[in-house]
Every structure is written in structure tokens, then in C-alpha cells.
Design a protein around this ligand. Structure first.
Ligand SMILES: [Zn+2]
Length: 298
């Protein structure tokens, strides 16, 4: 059974479609912290049961968020992809995948060829992979009728790398640029009346969050500003994969300050399903209050 989760934000329907779950440890997530397992124990009440398994592993998910609003179909982040050579630099389960992601999109009611807009919060191998698929010896756009609205500074940075250009750029981003289906947009781009980008660079130079606002309800898809809700308990601590550590730290703390104790639903991009909750202040740090189904409260 494909794992997914559907919620409503005003008149918008949002569906998480899972591609892969990766168990990880508190020590991996908080590599500079002297006592990562003390943080884990502190956070255990709100990590369990969804984001912590019985072996004490933090569950991370790689998934897309599908948005349907204002007659528009949007995919936010496109996972790892099939047939991608990730022998170097990838993680377990990334190399030459043969997963059912496209069938899972269809089962979720949003077949790839019905998508209008593709967004990547950033251009890492677990966020842009399904931008393309391998057909007759070439990488072609997976979402055949969509415009790919990609953040210009992010593309400029990664396509300008010389040491060398990352695989994800060559097999999953450059082919859509060359196919003429990309609109390079600003980091505060407005996709439509109810959806816009929020700049949050640091993890990567053009990283964005995606804000959804409809009929008085709001949600934000946070990309890799945070990788796990355990980071709410230790927001100053760097995770392992931030490109620019200080800017990423500032972006993470700004996100928590902006949305804590508000009615804005926080949708995790690597939080394990349901990946829906609220940031709440707790002492000098924060916690993540998970809910299932549609958001409670006004
Ligand atoms: Zn990621």
C-alpha cells in the first residue's frame, strides 16, 4: 500500500505521497551536540509514535506534497526518482531505484500528466529526482504538461559548480531547462492566489519554503530548513547537510520564531508521515505537536 496522507487547508487539498523512509539516529541528526540522546529523550513524547521507531531510530521520509487549489495542481519536491545513478554520494535505497512513485501519484488522484506546476524547495537528490524520467535513452520531463517553476539563484549556483556539477543537476534539472519547460523565478515568487514561495536560504543558496493560504487557513512546507522535529528541541545545532551553516541556522530559527504558537500548519518535507503539526514554544526551545487528519482548531 502506498503511504500517503491527505489534509485540507481551507479550500486547498494537500496530499503527501511517500517515496522512501530512512531511519537515522539522534547522533547523525545532531552531530555537534554533546548529548544527542538526552535531546532524543526530551523530545520522545512528541516524536512517538510517528517519527521514532521502537529501536530508537528517528524516521525520516522522502516524499512529495501534492497541492490542489484554485483549479491548479502543484507538486512540491519530486523525491529521488527511478533509474538515477547514485552509486556515489547517494544514500541506501537511492541508487537505480525502480519504485512505484508514478503509480502512487495516480492512486492519489494526481497522475503526472495532470500536474500544472512543479516546485523544488531546492536542488538536492531527494527533492528534484522525479523532475525527469528515463525514456528511450534520454532524460525527459516526468510532468509532461507542467511548467517547472525553479528558483533562479538555486539553479545559477548549482549549474555553475565546477567540482563537479552534481548528478542531480545533470540528470534531473538541466534536462528540464533544456526542454524549455522551466520558468526561473525569484525566491519570493507567487505561484497563484493561494501559494507562494518564502526565501529560506542556507541549507542551499536558493532554498525556499512553500506557503499555502486558503479561506483563512495557512500552512507552510518547510523543505530542508529542518530535517526532523527533534531539531525543535535544539534549534541552534547544525544538522549534517547544510551547505552554509550559519545562514541555515538563521533560517531555521527564523522559521521557528515566525510560526511557533500560530495557527499555521507546519508540513515537514523529511518528517515521517503524517508530517503535519504545529510549532510550539517550550522553555527556551520548541516542540512539534503532531496531529492526524485535518488540522484541529479554528
Ligand atoms: Zn532533503
Amino acid at each position: 500500500m502506498p503511504v500517503r496522507n491527505t489534509i485540507h487547508i481551507g479550500d486547498a487539498t494537500l496530499t503527501l505521497v511517500e517515496e522512501l523512509v530512512m531511519p537515522t539516529s539522534a547522533r547523525w541528526m545532531l552531530p555537534d551536540h554533546p548529548e544527542p540522546f538526552a535531546v532524543l529523550e526530551h523530545a520522545r513524547p512528541w516524536l512517538e509514535p510517528h517519527m521514532l521507531n521502537e529501536r530508537g531510530h528517528i524516521l525520516q521520509s522522502i516524499h512529495s506534497w501534492l497541492i490542489e487549489v484554485d483549479g491548479m495542481r502543484i507538486v512540491v519536491d519530486t523525491g529521488i526518482g527511478n533509474d538515477k545513478d547514485r552509486a556515489s554520494g547517494g544514500f541506501e535505497g537511492w541508487h537505480m531505484r525502480n519504485g512505484p512513485y508514478l503509480d502512487d501519484l495516480t492512486a492519489a488522484g494526481m497522475p503526472a500528466d495532470s500536474v500544472d506546476v512543479v516546485l523544488n524547495t531546492h536542488m538536492h537528490g531527494d527533492h528534484a529526482g522525479w523532475n525527469t524520467r528515463w525514456v528511450d535513452g534520454a532524460w525527459v520531463p516526468t510532468f509532461a504538461k507542467a511548467r517547472y517553476q525553479l528558483v533562479e539563484p538555486e539553479w545559477r549556483y548549482w549549474s555553475g559548480q565546477t567540482d563537479p556539477v552534481p548528478d542531480i543537476i545533470e540528470d534531473s534539472v538541466r534536462p528540464v531547462v533544456e526542454a524549455g519547460v522551466v520558468d526561473l523565478v525569484a525566491a519570493d515568487h507567487r505561484v497563484g492566489d493561494s501559494v507562494w514561495l518564502e526565501p529560506s536560504h542556507g541549507h542551499t543558496p536558493g532554498h525556499v519554503c512553500v506557503h499555502i493560504s486558503s479561506a483563512g487557513r495557512d500552512a507552510v512546507i518547510i523543505g530542508d530548513v529542518m530535517h526532523s522535529p527533534i531539531q525543535c528541541a535544539a534549534p541552534e545545532q547544525r544538522p549534517p547537510l547544510d551547505r552554509f551553516v550559519e545562514e541555515a541556522r538563521a533560517a531555521r530559527i527564523a522559521l521557528l520564531e515566525r510560526y511557533a504558537d500560530t495557527s499555521v500548519v507546519v508540513l515537514g518535507t523529511h518528517f515521517h508521515t503524517p508530517a503535519t503539526g504545529y510549532f510550539r514554544r517550550e522553555g527556551s526551545a520548541y516542540r512539534y505537536d503532531v496531529f492526524e487528519g485535518d488540522p484541529p482548531g479554528p
